[in-house]
Ligand binder design. Sequence first.
Ligand code: PEP
Length: 249
Amino acid sequence: MRRRLAAGNWKMNGTRQNLPEIAALAAAHPVAAVDILICPPATLLAQAATLAEGSAVTIGAQDCHPAPSGAHTGDIAAPMLADAGARAVILGHSERRADHAETSALVAAKTRAAHDAGLLAILCLGETLAQREDAQTIAVVTEQLRASLPDSATATNTVLAYEPVWAIGTGLTPSAAQIAEVHGVLRACIAEHLGAPEADQMRLLYGGSVKPDNAAAIFAIADVDGALVGGASLRARDFAPIIAALGSA
Ligand code: PEP
């Protein structure tokens, strides 16, 4: 039985005045039927972790450097994130792959660093619109998985997030059949890479324009174990119904 996960990615949004959103979520969830994760910007990690302490909400980061320390101005190492109270880190998000030219090899190195620091890695994969229209979706995501997943990955330290690039922040979502197809293929690929027991236990999130009004339908799709949510995770009043829909899926 895979424990479902509702993960929020605040991206480059939020200052200290937004911390009450996390406090509200934590106050509303002393315990929860699903895992709840908020990934605020790095500037808020430590305060967010303190606010969420003792609740069902855990705090994660949005990126890490592959090295544990060193001369890398402006970067943050995975052990530093853990020290600030993060329990997870998003890696390979399409915005980082695009904005920072991150390759799958770099994503694999970062994912291994996250594992070494005891963080849950949320590894993102997804095709562009041009790739989907060119019938390349399955080839793209399976290659990203092969090249981004280090051999340190297990179902305990890694979660996959299928995020079609064209669905992020656009209000567009794939059909249920399209999501089910990709998630089914990803689970079969994990079995090839890590073996059937890990594949059976690894959580697969869908991400891309998940909102309160489409969450229940998305969570009813086979092999969807939760969501990675951008815009709708910024306010507790929007994220709470998504968490509730996941809890009753
Ligand atoms: C994301 O960036 O991970 C994401 C899914 O964003 P949104 O929910 O806003 O589409």
